[in-house]
Write a protein that binds this ligand. Structure first.
Ligand SMILES: Nc1nc2c(c(=O)[nH]1)N[C@H]1C(S)=C(S)[C@@H](COP(=O)(O)OP(=O)(O)OC[C@H]3O[C@@H](n4cnc5c(=O)[nH]c(N)nc54)[C@H](O)[C@@H]3O)O[C@H]1N2
Ligand SMILES: Nc1nc2c(c(=O)[nH]1)N[C@H]1C(S)=C(S)[C@@H](COP(=O)(O)OP(=O)(O)OC[C@H]3O[C@@H](n4cnc5c(=O)[nH]c(N)nc54)[C@H](O)[C@@H]3O)O[C@H]1N2
Ligand SMILES: [Mo]
Length: 746
């Protein structure tokens, strides 16, 4: 163990919250307390991408090591959601849980039990995975699929490419002639430590970069990039018009489209769908009489027609060019279509399978094996999309496969036992927080809620049994990076947990014992034994990994460098011998699977703009004229750090608003405003700025929900304005699609 000049022990560790960073952190510990956190810098690791933490990483100890922590198990008294609890001991906590667990299992069956989406511990030894393991041993549970992160773009990518692994190595960006970042804000929204590193290098090399975003984001500034603002949720109209320009200007890569793609024009539609509308028919207006021209798109997107034309020509003529999407443009109504439209453009310009180009889509890149709990198959067959859990509590009888139910036609029970472990999607991070709170307040619907967290969050207030967890500074785990990170991280323990805080494995093991499943659940292993076993299993597949104890001491193990990967290089060269991993073997611009399927609402077999609900063309704008878009701010990781005032100055919670919208409402910089729609009201200061388009406001997601006695949220939590509405194909969250009105608070 290293020591600092001041005699503090220096403990290497990596974060395990759901920030893509997984940076290398050093906790400086003296007398059982963390004095400060430091991180790796470029000079520490010559020739490598430094795993440098941002301001949040360097502030973890101030977020987690303080007197705001939950310290003891607690049981609800009073109404659910009121936040009144009594302290109990761990034995009683486990006893109460076992009683409810058995009662609910025996009364309602395995399908009444659900583990909520939760990402507070995004590491190998994960509370949600442990809870599911126990439920699987005990007859099963209602499972879930999809995410709140890539709910639309991942299924859309699979639809077109047959795989989500469309990412190339980021160093290939240095071969680009033009980089177009689309709804992507890596200067703030950490996906990893590499993205900004390589983008900065590309910029230094003189490669032009443009950013399509309703807000002038930190990325626009950091990369001195061109900003192309558009109205939220209209991306696919912009993409359609760019495609129209590329086609009509004769800039399309016909050879690539003919060899590698299905359905661009009539000749390349599958034989059984020859009468369907091809992409080209749609673009030229062969069927509907509406060519998708820049003027057509200007009226929808707010992007001037000349800008659209110029952007399309520059993207199509800079060879190669990389159109890289973040995930902001897909967290919308019809979010699938912005992802599909971008992939269409990558194909039309032949930028797929070349270094410096980019295939588009979610952009995963198969990395090294990752440690994980060995799976125990869930014996219960039904599952729901993660975003539909509130419907599975409330309106479960009406849910069908058209709502995303899998494994059967109907649910057999509503959710009665809900485990929310290291997550805030019970209230704060889910859509329509007021409606969700009202649903959960009725304890006859969901009968027992268990939360494990570090703080009394909005979700924790709704627990019947509230259990104090341990932070990543107080327990060990193994972490793996997102996307391009080529390393494995260890989360070393730096300090002792406060009070009676316990990692979830401890109480789940005690519960398993009470259920007669102790040995099957634990296999006789301690927390430390599991980590070692998972690591050794991974090491069998990754022989480069060092022995476990050396790995722990390092904190991070970097794999040796591999040659840069270019997604679909072989498929592009010879699609007949090396077909794309779709059913047709081609990139499915036209999807026969979609054409032949039924949906709850219109969902087209090709990429194309469909006016989104709560978009600029929604009739609801008469009452709620402003689009309010969310984003992931540097100041928080979702709701984490939201209760750390020391970080407030980075991006105070406030509503960005254009002067042209602020003036008629009598609002000036810093004034208190009420933002409201049919679902809720919140109060925040306004930030009057030209960094958003007129008609668009921006409010960062993740602020803590704090309704006052009259029901107005005082925390600035955007989810009081968002809805439970899901998208038609992937049943994803539409939490960036919001219409509202704003007025001054006098
Ligand atoms: N600092 C920080 N980093 C994070 C996280 C965090 O909370 N904080 N969360 C992590 C997690 S779990 C995830 S899933 C990712 C999220 O990553 P993303 O989903 O990519 O992040 P967002 O901020 O939602 O969206 C990115 C950008 O898209 C813009 N945007 C919103 N709507 C539209 C639209 O309709 N069209 C276009 N073109 N742009 C739009 C937003 O203004 C924003 O600048 O970030 C990860 N990294
Ligand atoms: N409006 C809107 N809503 C969104 C989004 C959006 O863009 N807009 N983004 C969505 C996305 S992409 C995501 S991934 C979700 C994230 O949804 P969540 O995963 O629910 O969000 P977090 O706020 O990260 O919640 C993690 C919780 O775990 C707790 N925690 C942290 N560390 C530990 C630990 O070691 N042990 C325990 N027991 N608890 C711990 C934290 O205190 C926190 O309450 O939010 C989604 N919600
Ligand atoms: Mo996410």
């Amino acid at each position: 163990m290293a020591e600092s000049d001041t005699g503090a022990r220096i403990i290497p560790t990596t974060g395990r919250n759901n920030c893509g960073g997984r940076c290398l952190l050093y906790a400086h510990v003296r007398d059982g307390k963390i004095e400060k956190m430091t991180t790796e810098t470029a000079s520490d690791c010559p020739g490598e991408v430094p795993l440098s933490a941002c301001v949040r990483g360097l502030s973890y100890h101030t977020t987690y090591e303080n007197d705001r922590r939950l310290l003891y198990p607690m049981l609800r008294v009073g109404e659910r959601g009121e936040g009144r609890f009594v302290r109990i001991g761990w034995d009683e906590a486990v006893e109460r849980l076992a009683e409810q667990w058995k009662r609910i299992r025996d009364s309602f069956g395995p399908g009444s039990r659900y583990v909520n989406y939760a990402t507070g511990v995004s590491a190998a030894f994960r509370p949600t995975a442990l809870a599911r393991r126990l439920l699987s041993l005990d007859g099963g549970y209602l499972s879930s699929y999809n995410s709140y992160s890539t709910a639309c773009i991942e299924p859309a990518t699979r639809l077109m490419y047959g795989t989500p692994e469309t990412g190339s190595s980021p160093e290939t960006w240095l071969d680009s002639r033009f980089i177009l970042l689309w709804g992507h804000n890596p200067a703030e929204t950490r996906f990893d430590c590499s993205t900004m590193y390589w983008l900065q290098r590309a910029r230094k090399k003189g490669i032009p970069i443009a950013v399509v975003d309703p807000r002038r984001s930190a990325t626009v500034r950091a990369l001195d990039a061109e900003w192309i603002p558009l109205r939220p949720a209209t991306d696919s109209a912009l993409l359609d018009a760019m495609a129209w320009v590329i086609w009509t200007e004769g800039l399309a890569d016909r050879d690539f489209l003919d060899r590698c793609c299905l359905g661009f024009d009539r000749e390349h539609l599958p034989p059984e769908w020859r009468k369907a509308e091809s992409v080209l028919d749609y673009l030229t207006g062969a069927r509907d009489g509406v060519p998708k021209t820049p003027a057509w798109a200007e009226a929808i997107t707010g992007v001037p027609a000349d800008t659209i034309r110029s952007l399309a020509v520059r993207y199509a003529t800079a060879k190669p060019a990389a159109l890289i999407q973040g995930w902001g443009a897909q967290r919308h109504s019809y979010g699938e279509q912005s992802a599909r439209g971008a992939i269409l453009l990558c194909c039309m310009t032949g930028n797929v399978g070349v270094s410096g180009g980019w295939a588009g889509g979610v952009g995963y890149l198969r990395g090294h094996a990752e440690p994980a709990l060995p799976a125990i198959p869930n014996p219960y067959p039904l599952s729901i999309p993660v975003f539909r859990w509130t419907d599975a509590v409330d309106d479960w009888r009406s849910l069908t496969p058209l709502d995303g139910v899998r494994g059967g036609d109907r649910l057999e029970s509503g959710i009665k036992l809900l485990l929310n472990l290291a997550g805030n999607c019970l209230i704060n991070q889910h859509g329509d927080a007021n409606r969700t709170a009202a649903l959960l307040r009725d304890a006859s619907k969901c009968e027992f809620i268990v939360c494990s967290d570090l703080f009394l969050t909005a979700s924790a207030r709704f627990a019947d049994l509230l259990l104090p967890g341990v932070s990543f500074l107080e327990s060990e785990n193994i972490t793996a990076p997102w996307l391009w990170g080529d390393f494995l991280g260890f989360n070393n323990k730096a300090v002792e947990p406060p009070g009676e805080c316990r990692f979830e494995y401890e109480w789940l093991s005690a519960l398993a014992e009470k259920l007669g499943l102790g040995a099957a659940f634990t296999l006789g292993r301690s927390h430390a034994d599991w980590l070692r076993a998972m690591y050794e299993e991974t090491r069998r597949r990754e022989p480069e990994l060092p022995d476990y104890d050396s790995f722990r001491a390092m904190g991070v193990f970097r794999y040796s460098k591999r040659p840069p990967h270019v997604a679909f290089r072989e498929n592009r060269l010879d699609p007949d011998r090396c077909p794309f991993p779709t059913r047709s073997g081609k990139i499915e611009l036209f999807s026969p699977a979609i054409a032949g399927a039924a949906f709850r609402e219109y969902f087209p077999p090709i990429p194309r703009y469909v006016p989104p609900s709560e978009g600029p063309q929604d009739a609801l704008r008469e009452r709620f004229p402003l689009q309010v878009v969310g984003w992931h701010t540097l100041r928080r990781c979702h709701s984490i750090h939201g209760n750390n005032p020391a970080l407030e100055h980075i991006e105070p919670q406030r509503l960005w608003m254009h002067p042209r919208d602020a003036a008629p409402r009598g609002l000036s910089e810093g004034d208190a405003a009420e933002v409201r729609n049919g679902r809720g009201r919140l109060r925040v200061p306004v930030h009057v700025t030209e960094d958003v388009l007129p008609g668009v406001c921006a409010l960062s997601q993740g602020a803590w929900y704090a309704p006052d006695a009259g029901g107005t949220d005082t925390g600035g939590c955007i989810n009081v304005l968002t809805s439970w509405r899901d998208t038609p194909y992937s049943h994803g969250n539409t939490q960036h699609s919001v219409l509202a009105e704003v007025r001054a608070v006098l």
